[in-house]
Design a protein around this ligand. Structure first.
Ligand SMILES: [Zn+2]
Length: 70
């Protein structure tokens, strides 16, 4: 799946999952089906982010499906 230009993500490369039960940052340019991005969006837990470093400093772990495998 590509970046989402509509809705909450505004075409941003990274999607932060703000769900306190599973906080993490996803790379939409390297998205895996297991990231469940559309589910995150439908739960209103998606927050756009352009810079991975900022998300990591904010305390969000890297998604193991789309970022750690790089
Ligand atoms: Zn991911």
């Amino acid at each position: 799946m590509p970046r989402r230009s509509t809705g909450q993500l505004h075409g941003s490369r990274f999607c932060i999952n703000t769900n306190p039960l599973q906080p993490e940052v996803n790379d939409l340019d390297n998205e895996d089906n297991k990231c469940c991005i559309d589910e995150i969006i439908s739960m209103n837990h998606a927050e756009p982010c352009e810079n991975l470093t900022i998300a990591v400093i904010a305390g969000y772990p890297r998604c193991r499906f789309c970022i750690n495998r790089i």
